[in-house]
Design a protein around this ligand. Structure first.
Ligand code: IPM
Ligand code: MG
Length: 370
């Protein structure tokens, strides 16, 4: 069996603590099942800036391009608030997304039954929630040019960001969304703002055409993105797959995340196109949460989103479906047993730290695998 090459980029804040729990899983899978993971570790974000003056070094970029998959922790923190814009911690993540052409960002928002009480919405609205946000990740206002602040010379400055989408970008992200919907409940809701944005007009037109040409069996609806945000908190279970652009996807996925009780729970996968020769695709897996500098180093961060991101990696990069199912099952089982990190703690539950949570999930996972 070929080795499975992983690049680990723990990053800043709670990133390294969360990644440590995934390292335990990788070591155990190699030892117990001969899974053949080979890992390298690199720096990204503020930690890379401190070491190299850049948010990711060329060497680590090359390693990311060569790996079968990248596992990414989190970047940023107040320590780097003053660094130049081009080398701010987030630039490392954006460079990885862009250079690896990871255009499809899958952000599942699943409400574990044991956590329905932690949601800010009523139990009946979120219990059993299973929404998949498919966010376009390499285009739109994140990367559009011009992107600048100019001095108008009259005491005024002007800031410009550019929202830009080409047909092929909308075609490939909507294709990904329709394909995924077919493996789920077969519904896609596309969100844009065609009432004020030309990019929204084209988005809706292209999604409609792709649907008609290739996926007429999938139910397609359209919503203006602001109304979509409202519907997500009003009646989230109406959605199956939501497909949307880079910026709306950023906002809507934070909203969806919070429906599930905690930002500390949600994984994500960022995927490229399959290579025409090998069928493999570049991929990066990361928790939706950030670096949480306020709790970094205290051993209390929730490692579940990072571990669930590794489960997505098993599923999408290595086709290890049984292992992914078991790992996700282990997370649900630990929550059912009443174990909680501080962010999801509630009355009568047992509060544990990052490492104990990782150990508990690992043990359940190994037991289920025997
Ligand atoms: C996310 C984050 C990033 C984004 C930041 C860290 C650049 O918020 O992955 O959702 O805006 O895409
Ligand atoms: Mg975000």
């Amino acid at each position: 069996m070929a080795a499975r090459k992983l690049l680990l980029l723990p990053g800043d804040g709670i990133g390294p603590e969360a990644m440590a729990e995934v390292k335990k899983l990788i070591a155990a899978m190699n030892a117990e099942f001969g899974s053949g993971f080979e890992t390298e570790e690199g720096l990204v974000g503020g930690s890379a800036y401190d070491a190299h003056g850049k948010a990711i070094s060329e060497q680590d970029m090359a390693r990311a391009m060569a790996a079968d998959a990248v596992l990414f922790g989190a970047v940023g923190g107040p320590k780097w608030a003053g660094v130049p814009y081009e080398v701010r911690p987030e630039a490392g993540l954006l460079r990885l997304r862009k250079d690896m052409e990871l255009f499809a960002n899958l952000r599942p928002a699943i409400c574990y039954p044991a956590l329905a009480e932690s949601s800010s919405l009523k139990r009946e609205l979120v219990e059993g929630l299973d929404v998949l946000i498919v966010r376009e990740l390499t285009g739109g206002v994140y990367f559009g040019e011009p992107k600048e602040i100019t001095d108008l010379g009259n005491g005024q400055k002007r800031a410009v960001d550019t929202q830009v989408y080409d047909t092929f970008e909308i075609e490939r992200i909507s294709g990904a969304a329709f394909e995924l919907a077919r493996t789920r409940r077969n519904k896609v809701c596309s969100m844009e703002k065609n009432n004020v944005m030309k990019s929204g007009v084209l988005w809706k037109e292209v999604v409609t055409a792709v649907h008609k040409a290739k996926y007429p069996d999938v139910e397609l609806t359209h919503m203006l993105a602001d109304a979509g945000g409202m519907q997500l908190v009003r009646q989230p279970k109406q959605f199956d797959v939501i497909v949307t652009d880079n910026l709306f996807g950023d906002l809507l996925s934070d909203v969806a995340a919070m429906l599930t009780g905690s930002l500390g729970m949600l994984p994500s996968a960022s995927l490229g196109s399959p290579d025409p020769k090998t069928g493999t695709r570049k991929a990066l897996y990361e928790p939706v949460h950030g670096s949480a500098p306020d709790i970094a180093g205290k051993g209390i961060a929730n490692p579940i989103a990072m571990i669930a991101s590794f489960a997505m990696c098993l599923r999408y990069s290595f086709n290890m479906i049984a292992e992914a199912d078991r790992l996700e099952g282990a997370i649900a089982a630990i929550l059912d047993d009443g174990y909680r990190t501080a962010d999801i703690m509630s009355d009568g539950m047992k509060e544990i730290g990052t490492s104990a949570m990782g150990d508990a999930i690992l043990e359940k996972f190994l037991t289920a695998s025997k």
